[in-house]
Write a protein that binds this ligand. Sequence first.
Ligand code: TRP
Length: 381
Amino acid sequence: MPDEEFVVTPYEVKGRVDYDRLREQFGTQALTPDLLAKLHHIAGADLPPLLTRGIYYSHRDLGPLLDGFAHGKPFFVYSGRGPSGPLHTSHLVQFDLCLWLQRRLGVPMYIQITDDEKYWARAGLSREQTAHWGLENLYDILALGFDPKRTHVFFDSRSIAALYPLAIRVARKIPYSTVKAVFGFEPSANIGLVFFTALQTVPAFWPSWAEGRSVPCLIPCGIDQDPHFRVTRDIAEGLGYPKPALLHSRMVPGLLGEAAMSTSANAADNALFLNDPPATVERKVRHAFTGGRATVEEQRRIGAVPEICSVWALWRTRFAESDAQFEEVTRQCRSGELLCGDCKSQLLERVHAFYAQHAIAREKAKTWAESAIVTEAPKPL
Ligand code: TRP
């Protein structure tokens, strides 16, 4: 595939992604400083690094959603995870933003765990595995600090009675030709995946269905998930529900320097998994691809290149405490003051501290995870 070509769908990320071109291909809107200022105003607090550092960069209809909120129309947040294995740090990008929104705006959060989808999408995974990882991933997500009173989980295989009455209606609105065009399935694709997009749509409408009134929805997600929600938005009005608004992030590069932090193939070293022991974390960071030069002398002279560095990406997305710290690391990297080994040591301190704190929060999350899983439909039909 030539350098400038890339493919992004929910089931495949290939090539070096040009995010601006992808946004144009998908027909989404750019996340502008004006919109961020509006969110800042509504939240009454500084925006989180994920928004100020350009990780989230695209959206659909965020403006009207925020205006609605400002005029007394609250929304809820919806995001999800396909449990194919342990979570890695870049999977937290979407949930970190959800958490910030829940804390600042007091909004309810709905999390979908798609253990069915991953079983259908990955030939090598057993049902036991996707169900197992579903629960493990859920503990990690809840451990970020979600409020038990305002957080609800659709664990597909266990929540199907709650989802199905609405899925029946949704599925009737989606022609096969749309699914084929949007996801590009091969003739050999199993029919589970053909149906699945209906289930990913359901949580976006569920609170409106349950409450019998229109409740706006905001979905923070990787831009690779946009195709599902184009389908959702196309059918929303026909079913009498509001179109969900979306906030799209870039995909964070892997430690070995690939386009996405992929967990497929033999890429275990390409990501920091939340269940990696400290020694493994240490080894992976030490081997991570950087934007450094061939020799110390050269790096001191002309500086390194943060934009291609996987360690810089970790600072950027999660581990820099403040914008000031992030800018300082970036400046020192570019000027050649900071060598890669020292940068990695500094990062590792932050990573180890996060893992230690996360392990404690995770045990606490286990005590209420089961009770957050929705198992019943709000009404018979
Ligand atoms: N399909 C997503 C995945 O493979 C999981 C998912 C379900 C999701 N609902 C979502 C992701 C809503 C983002 C937003 O990981």
